[in-house]
Design a protein around this ligand. Structure first.
Ligand SMILES: [Fe+2]
Ligand SMILES: [Fe+2]
Length: 197
């Protein structure tokens, strides 16, 4: 069986204590990520109607992300929070702009950025599920972790199906290396994909 790439930068657990100062901001940002993931998957599905496996996988993923969105906004509202207006995600923007110079296939890079977003979410969910002091929030992240793990692997599989083996693996390595640098350099924010500085 093919192995899956690992993230290059491990978020220190102190990140959780900082983010826990403003849980409503984290939940709002998290809700947006879930909805964006669903909308992106649906848009890709419509552009790839000739690929039945992709259509089925993206349909499943989109419905899971909508369910996650629903769960997160319910928790947000139950705590008196609000979904904040949409805001661009500096993490994704940095990944896309800093990989542009070496880009060969834009769709492959979008898939890889999706894999990285899922992988970093998943890493953060594991930390949140372990270190948050708030039991309800901690449980949310424990429940959502396994699903995001599958999503990350799905996008890596799709990249491997789209390119010859050597090319796929070298682009995967390049973008995982880049992500490690990006996340180490980004400033801290009350967002799922923030830096720690
Ligand atoms: Fe999700
Ligand atoms: Fe996901």
């Amino acid at each position: 069986m093919m192995s899956y790439p690992e993230l290059r930068y491990a978020t220190p657990p102190e990140w959780v204590a900082r983010i826990e100062e403003r849980p409503l901001e984290l939940l709002s940002d998290h809700a947006h990520n879930e909805l964006k993931a669903a909308a992106t998957a649906q848009a890709w599905l419509l552009k790839n109607t000739d690929k039945p496996r992709l259509v089925l996988e993206l349909s499943k993923l989109a419905s899971e992300e909508v369910e996650h969105f629903d769960r997160v906004i319910r928790l947000l509202y139950s705590r008196g929070g609000e979904l904040q207006p949409i805001d661009n995600n500096p993490y994704a923007a940095e990944l896309l702009s800093r990989s542009a110079g070496t880009r060969k296939d834009p769709f492959v890079d979008r898939l890889l950025v999706a894999a990285l977003i899922e992988a970093r979410s998943c890493e953060r969910f594991v930390l949140l599920g372990e270190y948050l002091r708030d039991p309800e929030l901690r449980q949310l992240y424990r429940d959502l972790t396994p699903c995001e793990m599958e999503h990350k692997d799905l996008f890596v599989d799709l990249v491997r199906e789209s390119l010859p083996a050597g090319e796929a693996d070298s682009r995967i390595e390049q973008l995982f290396d880049l992500e490690g640098q990006v996340v180490a350099e980004l400033p801290f924010a009350y967002r799922m994909h923030s830096g720690i500085n």
